[in-house]
Each structure stands twice: as structure tokens, then as C-alpha cells.
Write a protein that binds this ligand. Structure first.
Ligand code: PLP
Length: 398
């Protein structure tokens, strides 16, 4: 039933990496398949947190003694680390701001920066079938500006029917000289598709600001801000092997006003920053392109297996089910429904077999799915054996 893997050369590499996740190896009877919600942490991240808290814990940019200086260095170093991890070759021109995660990062841009860009009659593009965190902040900015008498038009991001990839041709038709800001997503959190963000620049022209929600991209697939020609990248450290409460906004600083989050920002999450630095080091050493190959291959193994089970529907591009599909590249996320069993019930049954999956509406915007689903989301610690076990349980429920 299952597809032969194309990642045989990565098996030994993966075994070694999986062994570095204590919570995973400590519970062999369970399979954690919810990494799109949050990731597990390798020992290197846990050790970095312990080391920081037992050798240098102090506030950043506030003291003159050794621990405070070390903490300030850590925060500054990690800003550069984030820029390098995102393939920013001109980091002296960009800025990195730490946040608690993607939601807070997008909201900060919407609240502190976007109003300074927009003028009466401008357009913003909003992706209504993406995560709510990448919809609500932009609509709130519009409401806020409307109260001040500034009218902003919202253009719905067009999607291709069936695949849920962005429809860049329709976008080019809808966009015009007043299109100042485009909110987009790197990898879709429900359909798992790579949203082909590189096509957006061509569709909207050289002046529009493109803001990328990379919550499901960073740490899972290579990302180059230079190749994508985007202006903001926002992500959650906790989905990329770091601690909860760590995240970042990367800002190019070349289109529109400079991004300088307003107000007194208070004490940064220095422990989160320490974990983020260690997580990015760990991911670079592991090789993000290999993490991508491994998780994409597991996702293909799952979708190939599901192809033989008529009781299930897989959401998103049907042609991307094949591992070698060039139509839309599915990443390590597969969302499905049983045609007769409620998704909440299916999630419950799967947990009784040891599988931890997400089963609800997945925080998707109103232009997306109307009913719940079960999401299987993968990271480097997941195995072929877990996928095969999941498939055999799903087959028994079919
Ligand atoms: N954007 C996408 C695409 C996501 O998948 C998520 C989380 O699931 C978020 C934003 C929100 O991330 P956080 O809860 O870390 O702020």
C-alpha cells in the first residue's frame, strides 16, 4: 500500500537526528504528528537554554556587568543569525525584531508600520483562505484607518481552484498602481502547498510591499529572502525547534517607511532568543534542504497510501500527492477527512492508537474550509514506520 521511499540515503542521518529529541525517544509508543502547531526540541536547544540560565541570565541592553553584556551580545548575535538563516545577503540594510511568534509579528507590522505606508484610496491584498493570523491584523488596520477617514480597499488574494495555490495571473489583473501591500503565506498550514511566492513580485510590480507569513516554512524548507524578493518575513521560533514565545520579524527596510516597532518594548524573551540561536544552528548543521526532502517524502508516502483508501479525502492539490509532482510542491503537511466519520472523532480515535494529530478548523480564514479536518504535520523526527502504522490504522477505520 505504501510508496517506496526515495530518501533511503537519508535514513541513517535521520536516525541520528531523531535520537536527539528526548521527548520523542522517551515515548516510542506515541507518534507526534502535530509539528505545524509546535515542534519538539532537540537536546542542543534544551542545553542552550540550561546553559544560558545557569551562566549568563540577565536583562539585555540595560546593564554594564558581564551577564548583562553577554545577554546583549546574545540578542544582537541572534538578530544577525536570523538574517543569515533567511538568506539575507545584505543584513546591514535589514532589521530583525523579536516577537512572541507569528501572530504577534504580523500584528506588530499591521499596528506599528502599515498605517504609515497607506494613503486614502490604496489597496491591500489579503489571503482570505490562509491562517487567521495573516488576515485579521490587516483588516484591523483598515478599520482603524477608516475611523480616521482614510479609505483602504481590500483585494481578496485569488486562489487556483482545486490546488489552493495563489492564482498569480488573476492577481496581476486585480493589482494596480494603488496596490501597496500584499500579505502572503510561504507554505499553507492546511493544504501543505508551497504557495509559489516568487510569482507574486511579477504579478504586483516592483513597488508593492510583500509580507510573508513563513510560520510553516522557516525550519522546514530553505527560504531565501533575496530569491523571493519579499519585504517582511515573519515566523514562530517554537515551530522551528526553539521555545514557545520566540519568534521574529525580518524587515528589508527598502520599500516604504523603516520598520521600527513603536513604544517601549520592555524586556525581551532572552531565554527564547537563546533557544532560537541554538535551533537555527542545529537546523543549519542538520541541513534544512535534507529536512525538507525527508518530510516531503513522508508526506508523499502518506498521500500515496491514502490514494488506495476511498473512505478518505485529502485536502489541497490532488496532483501534488505524487512525490515527483511538479504541479504544486506539497511540504510536510497532509490534511484529510474521513467521508463518514467526524474529524473530531477521528482525531480522538487516532490518539487512542498513539497518534497526536490536529483535528478541528485549523484557524483558517473564512474563504477556506467550511468543515473540520485532521492534519498530519511532520518534522525531521518522524519516521516511515510511523506513517505506515498510521496508514494501517486509517485503513482499519476505512
Ligand atoms: N500562520 C500560520 C501559517 C500558522 O500555521 C500559524 C500557527 O499555526 C500562525 C500563523 C500563528 O503562529 P503563532 O501561534 O506561533 O503565532
Amino acid at each position: 500500500m505504501t510508496a517506496p521511499t526515495t530518501c533511503e540515503d537519508l535514513r541513517a542521518w535521520q536516525r541520528e537526528l531523531r535520537a536527539q529529541f528526548p521527548i520523542v525517544t522517551g515515548h516510542p509508543e506515541l507518534a507526534y504528528l502535530d509539528s505545524a502547531a509546535t515542534s519538539q526540541k532537540p537536546r542542543a536547544v534544551l542545553d542552550a537554554v540550561q546553559a544560558y540560565l545557569t551562566t549568563s541570565n540577565a536583562n539585555a541592553a540595560r546593564g554594564t556587568y558581564t551577564w548583562a553584556n553577554r545577554t546583549t551580545d546574545l540578542v544582537e548575535r541572534t538578530r544577525e543569525r536570523v538574517a543569515r538563516f533567511l538568506g539575507d545577503t545584505r543584513a546591514e540594510r535589514s532589521a530583525v525584531h523579536f516577537t512572541s511568534g507569528t501572530t504577534e509579528g504580523l500584528r506588530t507590522i499591521a499596528r506599528d508600520w502599515l498605517p504609515g505606508l497607506l494613503r486614502d484610496g490604496d489597496q491591500i491584498v489579503v489571503p482570505g483562505a490562509d491562517h487567521r493570523a495573516n488576515i485579521e491584523p490587516w483588516l484591523e488596520t483598515r478599520r482603524q484607518l477608516a475611523r480616521e477617514g482614510v479609505r483602504i480597499h481590500v483585494v481578496e488574494m485569488p486562489y487556483q481552484s482545486g490546488s489552493w495555490d495563489y492564482d498569480h495571473r488573476a492577481l496581476a489583473e486585480r493589482a494596480g498602481p494603488r496596490t501597496r501591500f500584499v500579505a502572503a503565506t510561504h507554505v499553507h498550514h492546511v493544504y501543505g502547498g508551497d504557495m509559489n511566492v516568487h510569482r507574486i513580485r511579477r504579478a504586483v510590480g516592483p513597488e508593492a510591499v510583500i509580507c510573508l507569513d513563513a510560520a510553516q516554512g522557516v525550519g522546514h524548507v530553505p527560504l531565501s529572502v533575496d530569491d523571493l524578493d519579499v519585504d517582511f518575513v515573519v515566523f514562530s521560533g517554537h515551530k522551528a525547534l526553539a521555545l514557545p514565545g520566540s519568534g521574529a520579524v525580518w524587515a528589508r527596510q527598502e520599500r516604504g517607511p523603516r520598520f521600527t516597532p513603536g513604544g517601549w518594548s520592555g524586556t525581551p524573551n532572552t531565554v527564547g532568543v537563546a533557544s532560537l540561536e541554538a535551533a537555527l544552528d542545529w537546523l543549519d548543521a542538520a541541513g534544512v534542504e535534507r529536512v525538507e526532502r525527508w518530510t516531503v517524502d513522508l508526506a508523499a508516502r502518506l498521500t500515496e497510501g491514502l490514494r488506495g483508501l476511498d473512505a478518505y479525502e485529502v485536502l489541497g492539490c490532488p496532483l501534488s500527492l505524487a512525490a515527483d509532482s511538479a504541479v504544486q510542491r506539497r511540504r510536510g503537511i497532509v490534511t484529510l477527512r474521513h467521508r463518514a466519520v467526524d474529524s473530531g472523532d477521528l482525531g480522538f480515535v487516532l490518539f487512542s492508537h498513539g497518534f497526536m494529530v490536529r483535528s478541528d478548523h485549523l484557524c483558517q480564514g473564512d474563504a477556506g474550509e467550511r468543515t473540520g479536518s485532521v492534519r498530519v504535520s511532520l518534522h525531521v523526527y518522524n519516521t516511515e514506520e510511523e506513517i505506515d502504522r498510521l496508514l494501517s490504522v486509517l485503513a482499519s477505520l476505512a
